[in-house]
Structure formats: C-alpha cells, structure tokens
Design a protein around this ligand. Structure first.
Ligand code: GLU
Length: 578
C-alpha cells in the first residue's frame, strides 16, 4: 500500500506535498495525485505514472493554498489510470479523499450508494468511501468520516479534506500506518514519517482504529467509538537518509521484512470460515466450473516457476487434480497437448513477463481458460486473462523476488483449498487449512527475528564459491528457490536438488569446502532427509539445516540449525502430521 501526505498551515501547501510524495517514492507506486483547498473550492490534479508527470501537469499553474492532501497509489482495485488515481471525490466535489489499503466490502456498499443516487465514476474501492462520507455529512466532517468508517470492512489509512470545513484534515487508520507531524502553526499527516521529516521531527503515530482532526494549531484524536485519546508525541531520531528505504540498507531487505504483512494481505478478506471455502471471486469461475476442471497447467518463469511447483504439490495432494508445471519460455514455443477440461494458470509478479504473456496468448488462442496470479493490478496479464487472483504484496522494487514469492504461494494455497473443497475436503478440513494459513504471517515474523543469527552463518560462508540446497517433497522447489536467490544476489554458484538425487551425481562434489543447506522439517520424509544428512557428513560436507523448533536431535548431526515453526509452503505436512 502506498503513500499519503497532508499539510495544513500557513505556508504554500503544494511544494510541501510534492516533496512529501517524492520522499515516499521509494515505496514504489503507479500513479499520483494532489488536491488543494484554494479560494473556496477543491482543486485537484492526478495522473498515472511518475510524480514527474504530475509535476509537469502542475507546472505553469499558480496556486495559493495552505491546505491539501496528496497520494501515491499502488492500484489494488481498478487499473492504474488517471481516472482511478487518488484523490477521489463525492458527487458535489466538496469532499476529497486519499486512501491506502483495501475496502473489502466496497461492492455491497456500491450497490446501496448507487440506489441512493450516488454516481460512482471510477473502478476503485476507494471512491465508495468518499460517497459514504457524503451520505453521512450533516455539518460535521469528522463525524461523517467516523460514521462511514463504521460501515467499512478492510484496511485503510485515509486523509480527507472538504470545502465545507476548510482548515481541517481528517485522517484515520486501520491496518495501514498514519502519522501526524507536529509543527509550529502547521501540522502534517503522512503514511510514513519520511514524507514530513524535512519539516518536523515531532511525530504522533495513530493507533489502529483511531481518527484525528488536524488543524494548523492542533489535533484531536479519538477512537472510532468516540473515546478521546491523549496524543503521545515522539521525537524522531532518524535522518532523512536512514528512512529512504524504510530504515533498511536495501529494498530487498525491506521487502523480506514486509512478509508478515504482505502474507496477511494475500489472505485478507478471502477466508470464509463458515463454509471452509476461500473467497476468490476474481477467478470468475462458478463452483460447477471449478468442479469440472480435469487438469491444470501452471506456467511461469524464474521464481514464479518455483512457486508454481509448490502449487503443484499442494493441489495434487489436497485437490487431487493433476498439475503440470512448465517454463513459459518452453510452453510458448512448442505445441503442448491440451485436452478438454484443462485450465492454465500463469504466475508473474509484474504481470508483464514477456514469455509468460506469450504463453498466455498461445493458450487463449487454443481456447483454454487462462487464470492469472499476479501483483500488478491492471498489468497485461491481469487484463488478458479470464480471471485471477491478485497477491496484493505491494510494490516489489528489489530485483530478486522475495515477498512476491511467498505471497504467490499463499494464493496458490488458497486456490488449493478452494479446489479441494469442490471435491472431497470437508468443511472442517477447509477450516483447519485456512486457520493454518492465517497463522503463517506471525510465524514468518518469528523467523525474521532470527536475522542476527542467520547473518552470523552467512558471514562464515560468504567467501565460498559453491553451495548446494537440498529438500524433498514440497521443499524441493524451496531448495531450488534458495539456490536461485543465492546465485542472483551473492554471485555464488548454487544448485538446488531433490535431496535423494544427490547420490546420482552431485555427491561427488561434497567435501569440507561445500556448504549444503538442507531443509529438514518434520514432515513425512524427515527420516529420509536424515539419511541424506548422514551421506553428506560421511564426506565432511558442512551442513546448515532448516529444522522445526524443538528438533534438538538434528543439532547433533549438522553444523548449524535455523529453527522455524513452519514454512508457508509447508503447511501441508503440518496439517496432516501434527
Ligand atoms: N485500494 C485503493 C486503490 O486501488 C488504494 C490503493 C493504495 O493503497 O494505494 O485505489
């Protein structure tokens, strides 16, 4: 989810807001927009593309405004177009809103609002909220925002201004961060302190479910249930430099650390516990169509191809549908046999991967239903498929995919449960699986807390020239992905292998100079993996094992152990064995 910045004070708002947006650019975005209160009305400009483009549109125009809000959007609902960019307006152009997050029940709200006569002009979930505020407005903007938010399901960080009540920004948060910048005769609102740090180092972080009315002279915070909150002002010690990448040295590191929240985003609003069936309406397939699927082909490239392999293990195990995974670059140039009842999934973070797009087009030419799993809303793959599921991982700027990989697996797990429920899985099994998926973000967070420990292991081996990654079953593709990441990022040659295949060749390479990463979770092939570990040790290989917490036995057999509770891709054995 992207960026918000707001200003109310005595200075010209426009340069402050544009600079604030630039400070948020590191988060990635697909469009930007701004609204100022000028004269006695609201003036807005917005544009798909970079902030430069917005600035070009603004160049040459003169504004005299000391109040405004601005936004960088990462589209989740509706393509990244000028029209869908934020701010959004009520019917009379008197209320403007910017929003980070997802309004999950926007469809239901839209139906009601349209009946009440509201004209909804964009494809976004966000626009619904500003019409809802309009509906509740009876002379008190804060109250109207509060009332509207009581109707909303989902996540939001919002900022609202209105020509009905100049000199005020109303902001609120749930699941999307917001901070108030405390100034002298001026105040700020932002989704991230980096947007306002050039102006003030005094910040008040909003808590979940809080709503604030900000004016030039102060701010009043209440909960959504109208309980008054005393603000706690924090002194920010960070410098601008430090926060450009959210405090991390690299985008990739930042994105690795985002995984607990991105995994949460992948399942948010999609778990229907009552029926034990995930809600994946974007697939555009009715239950009877899902039941008729006889075979699935998943095609992708690179990291997405690895998540596809994990999908194959999950779907075959739980939904009992034959799955075939193929590199898109191979699929597109041959003549694959596609029988009646086959559907094709394409997976791509960007939604623009050339080979995957070509494979999609080839399959559609043959009349196959093609479904997409991608991150970029409105991308070519999103547009050209018959349906699909967004992973909602937010912008991935690091070249090597991290959070998108785990979110793809999460979405594939949801698809697995859905297909399984259309066949033989019971309500209870569906519910159990969804509970285990829901627990994953917190478990991933625990793994990330081991960063210092993992770093020590890396420091010991970073000069090595070769690495081997081994796993069995569903963890074989995880080993492939581990090796790919190491190659791509550290320029160390690495191979991923199914652990048992080691003896058919790679074993010749093992000696004291070859570190081997072994994924040795307590699943149905655990004992077999222990035998592979013994084979490596017999040749003096160095072993870094990834094992389940509580497995003290393994520590005696290997050189290093990284303990985890479970892996997202490993939820199957956890369900079946524990
Ligand atoms: N869901 C909203 C949209 O698609 C907001 C996206 C964001 O967080 O930037 O417009």
């Amino acid at each position: 989810m992207c960026g918000i910045v707001g200003y109310v004070g005595t200075q010209q708002a426009l340069p402050i807001l544009i600079e604030g947006l630039r400070r948020l650019e590191y988060r990635g975005y697909d469009s930007a927009g701004i609204v100022l209160f000028e004269g006695n009305s609201l003036t807005a400009e917005k544009s798909a593309g970079k902030i430069n483009k917005l600035e070009e549109i603004l160049r040459g125009k003169t504004f005299n405004a000391t109040e405004g809000i601005a936004h960088t959007r990462w589209a989740t609902h509706g393509e990244p177009t000028d029209l869908n960019a934020h701010p959004h307006f009520d019917c009379k152009n008197k209320i403007a809103l910017v929003h980070n997050g997802i309004i999950e029940n926007y469809r239901a709200l839209k139906v009601v609002l349209e009946k009440q006569g509201h004209k909804i002009g964009t494809d976004t979930d966000t626009e619904i909220l500003v019409h809802l505020i309009e509906e509740y407005y009876e002379g008190n903007l804060t109250e109207a925002v509060r009332m509207a938010l009581t109707q909303v399901e989902g996540t939001y960080g919002i900022a609202v201004i209105s020509s009905y009540e100049p000199g005020k920004i109303i902001a609120a948060r749930k699941g999307s961060p917001l901070v108030i910048g405390h100034g002298q005769g001026e105040n700020f609102v932002a989704s991230d302190v980096s947007a306002i740090l050039a102006h003030t180092k005094r910040a008040v972080y909003l808590n979940e479910g809080e709503i604030v009315t900000v004016t030039a002279d102060g701010y009043v915070i209440t909960t959504i249930d109208k309980v008054h909150r005393t603000p706690h002002v924090e002194e920010i010690s960070w410098t601008l430099d430090m926060i450009e990448k959210g405090g991390y040295n690299h985008f990739m590191l930042k994105e690795i650390h985002e995984q607990p929240s991105t995994l949460g985003n992948a399942i948010r609003g999609r778990l229907n516990f009552e029926e034990g069936i995930p809600r994946l309406n974007g697939l555009n397939l009715q239950y009877d169509q899902l039941r008729r699927i006889k075979r699935i082909i998943i095609t992708a490239c690179g990291t997405s191809w690895h998540s596809a392999l994990i999908g194959e293990y999950m779907i075959e195990e739980l939904a009992k549908i034959p799955v075939e995974v193929e590199y898109a670059s191979e699929f597109r140039y041959r003549s694959p046999v596609i029988e009646e009842g086959t559907i094709l999934f394409v997976i791509s973070q960007s939604g623009e991967t050339a080979d995957t797009l070509a494979a999609l087009r080839e399959a559609r030419r043959r009349g196959v239903t093609v479904l997409g799993i991608c991150n970029m809303v409105g991308s070519s793959i999103a547009r050209e498929t018959d349906g699909g599921v967004y992973i909602h991982a937010g912008p991935e700027i690091g070249v090597a995919s991290t959070k998108a990989f785990t979110s793809q697996i999460m979405v594939l797990a949801l698809i697995t449960v859905l297909l399984g429920r259309m066949r033989h899985l019971s309500v209870q099994q569906g519910m159990d699986l969804m509970h285990s998926l829901q627990a994953i973000p917190e478990k991933v967070d625990r793994i990330l807390q081991k960063e210092a420990e993992i770093k020590k292991i890396a420091e010991r081996y970073y000069k090595t020239n070769n690495f081997l990654y081994l796993g069995r079953g569903i963890n074989f593709p995880v080993a492939l992905e581990g090796a790919l990441k190491l190659k791509e990022i550290s320029y160390i040659h690495a191979e991923g292998y199914p652990a048992a295949e080691m003896k058919h060749g790679p074993i010749a390479l093992i000696d004291k100079n070859l570190p081997v990463v072994v994924i040795a979770l307590r699943d149905s092939v655990y004992d077999k993996v222990l035998s592979n570990i013994a084979e490596i040790k017999a040749r003096n290989g160095q072993i870094i094992a990834i094992a389940n917490e509580g497995d003290t036995e393994i520590a005696e057999r290997v050189d290093h152990v990284i303990y985890i509770r479970l892996f997202p891709c490993n939820f199957l054995p956890i369900i079946w064995r524990y």
